[in-house]
Design a protein. Structure first.
Length: 344
């Protein structure tokens, strides 16, 4: 009990504490804190430390580099799919990427309309499934065009019949072929259609909180415009996430030449067609003389019968030779081949 502080000692300690707090509050903030300008999504505390807000419910699992690569890949896909749809429907079509974002799978499915046209896809040999969603009004417009109609949008969206599902699957399969070609720079995959749903809540290919890459497209067929989207969960792309680097994507084609590629290029070059012109000679005449020319007239050239004549390939003089006859056909005996360094 002797170790307890008296009332006077406690009061003295509290008064000293109040004085210290008042002095700290009266001091001006440091120049570093006052001059600090918070960046987007970043706050600065009293000590000048930068603090970035992190939402554990929506973690960013795709980097900016991954998102740029996905955008480039699906821009290639949209151009190829545009050509495929236009050829199949025999009409004007345009498909373009609107946005590439990442969001939880539940947030994506909650944003889809009812009823909807949702195709469940796989990209073998990758595990897991991803989704391709097409606005039902756009789907019915495409079906009307395929079946011989003008391709007008319906007054109200509705669920597809089994026959209509079979018709639209043909367009989806053409899109999967284009998607396979677009992803060749990342790897050899085989996209396949595995299911169809009309209600997004019934499609649970991953956990609701799983982050997914969402690619949104704008589709225009004639005067009708609709939306299409693709949702690829992170777990599907996780085995190849390192290959989605933009730097690696651009250097895929820069590989050493193999014997097969050299042979293939050589074959293509040998079969290439090039225009060859033999310049027998030239002459200069006045315009008045040219106007008086008639059939049977003779124009004297600046070369003799024994003079070497020039051979032009793609408009450039590459050979010289002497004219003659071979097997009763006009021919040319090559006497000189110009090297690329020689000036003619």
């Amino acid at each position: 009990m002797d170790d307890l502080l008296s009332d006077g000692e406690v009061s003295a300690l509290l008064s000293e504490l109040d004085v210290g707090m008042a002095g700290a509050g009266a001091s001006e903030p440091s120049a570093s804190v006052a001059a600090a300008v918070p960046e987007a999504g970043i706050t600065v505390d009293e000590q000048g430390r930068k603090i970035k807000t992190y939402d554990f419910n929506r973690p960013n699992r795709f980097s900016k580099d991954h998102m740029r690569t996905l955008e480039m890949l699906h821009e290639i896909f949209s151009r190829g799919f545009t050509a495929s749809v236009a050829a199949y429907l025999r009409t004007v079509a345009e498909i373009k990427v609107v946005s590439v974002t990442q969001k939880p799978f539940r947030e994506y499915t909650m944003s889809l309309p009812r009823p909807d046209c949702i195709f469940v896809l796989k990209m073998e040999p990758l595990d897991g499934s991803f989704l391709l969603e097409i606005n039902p009004e756009l789907v019915l417009t495409l079906i009307d065009r395929i079946l011989g109609g003008p391709g007008k949008a319906p007054t109200a969206p509705r669920e597809l019949t089994l026959i209509e599902q079979s018709v639209i699957e043909k367009i989806v399969n053409r899109g999967l072929e284009t998607l396979q070609e677009a992803w060749l720079k990342v790897g050899h995959f085989q996209p396949k259609l595995t299911g169809y749903e009309t209600t997004a809540q019934f499609v649970q290919v991953v956990a609701p909180n799983e982050i997914s890459a969402v690619i949104e497209f704008e589709v225009k067929v004639n005067e009708v415009t609709g939306k299409m989207s693709m949702c690829i969960p992170y777990v599907v792309l996780e085995p190849i996430i390192g290959d989605l680097s933009a730097q690696k994507w651009f250097t895929v084609g820069k590989k050493e030449s193999t014997a097969e590629t050299v042979e293939s290029l050589t074959k293509v070059m040998r079969e290439a067609m090039m225009p060859i012109v033999v310049r027998v000679g030239s002459a200069q005449i006045a315009v008045q003389e040219m106007l008086r020319l008639r059939a049977g007239d003779v124009i004297r050239l600046n070369t003799s019968p024994h003079h070497e004549i020039e051979v032009l390939i793609e408009g450039l003089v590459k050979l010289k030779g002497r004219p003659g006859v071979s097997s009763k056909k006009k021919a040319l005996q090559v006497t000189k081949v110009y090297s690329p360094e020689e000036k003619i």
